[in-house]
Design a protein. Sequence first.
Length: 329
Amino acid sequence: MSDAQSRTRWIIGVDVGGTKVAAGFVNEQGEMGEHLRLPMNPRGSAEEGLAAVAAALDELLRRRGAVKSAEFPIGICAPGPLDPRTGTVLNPPNVPCWRDFPLAAEIQRRYGVSVIVDNDANAAALAESLWGAGKGYANVFYTCIGTGIGTGIVLDGRIFHGRTGSAAEGGHVSIDYHGPRCNCGKQGCIEALASGTAIARRAREALAVDAKRGETLLKLAGGEATAIRSEMVARAAREGDVLAQRTLSETMGYLAVWLGNIVDLLEPEVMILGGGVAEMLHPYFAEIQTRMKKWCVNARYAEIPLVAAHYGENSGIAGGAALCCARGL
């Protein structure tokens, strides 16, 4: 470690996802340091899930040459629903190994440092607000569009948690009550229509009806419709595949409806789109905003910037660190 690094105050951010645990050092300016990613089995036991988090932290500390009781505070992003006041993970659909699991208390007991746990999208929204694409804005709406869709709301520089800490589940706002059933149990959630998983599913369904218009897409998938992923849809659309282009256009339509509702409800100063699907759709942000006109009562919707997130795949690590910074840890 260099002299400059040794003088810098570092925080550990941890991102628990459906298949992995990522952990890394972040400084008070939001700059990333050493970071890593290890696999996690979300369908094992609660102890196995905890062991995966501990393995990532142990390896991170080992690489820094630190001991487990080091002075680094730890901020953890985990899928919701959870209780940010107690650091208890309640019942996340994508991490079923944890039910009413006291994650913050377990990590604090093991490492002897301050630990904060919050919803992954909430934390990422805070990181973007402090250091990223939302810096300088007091009221920020953030969404991570990837395998699922998560959202975070920052109002007057603070995460909006709602009454019990379960607010901002924007991915489960339904825009079509006749739509497909979401993993949460509701019908027509934006997650069930415009996430990466949903884009791939809709493309496969369209291929079953009209394979000729999706020849390029099917070729990219090696001739196996079950192998189609959202990134293949984007690539096929760029190559002129009619079915893929139609699937992307439908996705933009769904997002325009949803974001139009967000504007009318919150009127944020900026809307930040992160995650793999958002990155894929970045060239179409202007079109999505244009389509929002049909779905906004607010006539000044176009004054709200629709921008790409600053933090990419490391948004959860940055988010965990942001939680600690916001608490003064």
